[in-house]
Design a protein around this ligand. Structure first.
Ligand SMILES: *Cc1c(COP(=O)(O)O)cnc(C)c1O
Length: 424
């Protein structure tokens, strides 16, 4: 399948009159259609709710769009909780799925009446000590260990993952929590990341549903929800078949009817905490070719760098690139597309066949809407870009301004000549 950008060269030429490259651009129309499709896919479940994984794209404007569709926020840090609060998402609209949690964050989550999803059995005591008593409604994160397989393919390695409680621990946790007055329970697991298969959620659901039935039988816990968490992936590669969310929803429904309904648990709500699936394809990084270099290889230098998008440098992740205005040109040039960091892994593409690129060409780096801007850092003193929203009516809204040198130096206000640093 050919990957098409959601923005044209003509549009970008207009945008750069006001906002210089590099910038992140998000597609409001795509975001809305996708969240609607997700809700439709799970409409068979009365209590269904998506808690958007804020860490994927922590932008209040985008979260507000999702809020219109009933989404809550999945948070795991103090500032994520603060952002969630700021967009009016509190109480049962926050799932606090943290790990290695500082007590201040448990306190903040409790102040906002968030649902606390415990990563570890030792946190029962910590939460009890911090809050005086356990909240009425709580959840536990489960990690069955071993490998997670779909037919014969290993999808991921829960046994190597730091998250969640063992089977023994979650049974013990439910017993203890019930004794300590918890009345409503949830279970959560996140066993594989960026899965591009319609089988992941149904298989995870089977594990969690069967565990829920046993937990209820053995501990008498009143299980109100089962949280399938994140992990539904997106096709970063042009030849990958995208997930079909309707099939995924139906797959989960089938398991629900096979396992939960006969156990008298047909009123359990299904929750999800998707991040990548909600935003990934609906964001791109737009950057300009500013240098070309011909040495042992052919290099195109762009004005974005790994500070703006870390996934290629960090994971060797593939992000498709379109040269705007050359969408249909033949890809007959072999390039490394690089940023300007003093780090040889600062490359958006290595040995990529692309149309001939000239200085001044605009490149769209696809599928950066999740875990893109959010992972940004400031190495080499590089500054983070603006985030822009391409609205449904075709207009552009700035949803985060670009960082300035003043922002970068702001934490040096303890330095004697700070004033000189921030002069612009
Ligand atoms: C990262 C994360 C998610 C979202 O994961 P995606 O792969 O973006 O869907 C959901 N829940 C928790 C607890 C996470 O850490």
């Amino acid at each position: 399948m050919k990957k098409q950008p959601f923005v044209t060269l003509e549009q970008v030429k207009e945008i750069v009159k006001e906002y210089p490259t590099p910038f992140y651009l998000y597609d409001e129309k795509g975001i809305r259609a996708n969240v609607q499709a997700l809700n439709d896919a799970f409409s068979w479940n009365k209590g269904y709710k998506e808690y958007f994984a804020v860490k994927a794209t922590p932008n209040p404007f985008l979260i507000q769009i999702l809020r219109e569709y009933g989404c809550g926020c999945d948070c795991s840090s103090m500032t994520e909780l603060m952002m969630s609060d700021a967009v009016g998402s509190t109480g049962d609209d926050i799932m606090f799925s943290s790990n290695d949690t500082p007590v201040e964050e448990f306190q903040k989550a409790a102040d906002l009446n968030a649902i606390i999803n415990l990563d570890d059995i030792t946190h029962i005591e910590i939460v009890e000590e911090t809050l005086g008593k356990l909240p009425k409604k709580m959840s536990c994160r489960y990690n069955p260990g071993g490998t997670f397989k779909i037919t014969n393919d290993i999808m991921d390695n829960p046994g190597d993952s730091k998250y969640g409680m063992t089977r023994e621990q979650i049974f013990e946790a439910f017993r203890v929590m019930k004794e300590k007055g918890v009345e409503e329970f949830g279970i959560h697991a996140f066993l594989a990341s960026n899965t591009v298969t319609n089988e992941y959620y149904p298989m995870l659901a089977k594990i969690l549903f069967e565990t829920a039935v046993e937990l209820k039988k053995e501990t008498g816990a009143d299980i109100k929800f089962i949280n399938l968490s994140g992990g539904i992936g997106i096709p970063y590669l042009p030849d990958q078949e995208p997930n079909d969310i309707m099939k995924i929803g139906e797959g989960v429904r089938k398991v629900y009817e096979e396992v939960l309904v006969p156990a008298g648990m047909g009123d359990v709500a299904i929750y999800t905490e998707l991040g990548r699936f909600m935003m990934g394809p609906y964001g791109c990084l737009v950057t300009k070719a500013i240098n070309e270099k011909h040495t042992h290889k052919e290099y195109i230098g762009v004005d974005a760098c790994a500070v703006n998008l870390m996934r290629p440098a960090m994971y060797g992740a593939y992000h498709h690139i379109t040269v705007l205005g050359k969408e249909n040109a033949v890809c007959d040039h072999l390039y490394d597309v690089t940023g300007s960091l003093c780090e040889n892994n600062d490359k958006f593409a290595i040995d990529r066949m692309l149309p001939e690129i000239e200085k001044g060409d605009y490149l769209v780096i696809h599928d950066t809407g999740a875990h893109g801007f959010a992972m940004g850092y400031n190495y080499n003193g590089k500054l983070k870009s603006a985030e822009l929203l391409l609205k449904e009516d075709g207009s552009i809204q700035m949803i985060r301004r670009a960082e300035t040198a003043k922002d970068y130096f702001a934490t040096f206000d303890c330095f004697p000549i700070y004033e000189k640093m921030i002069q612009e």
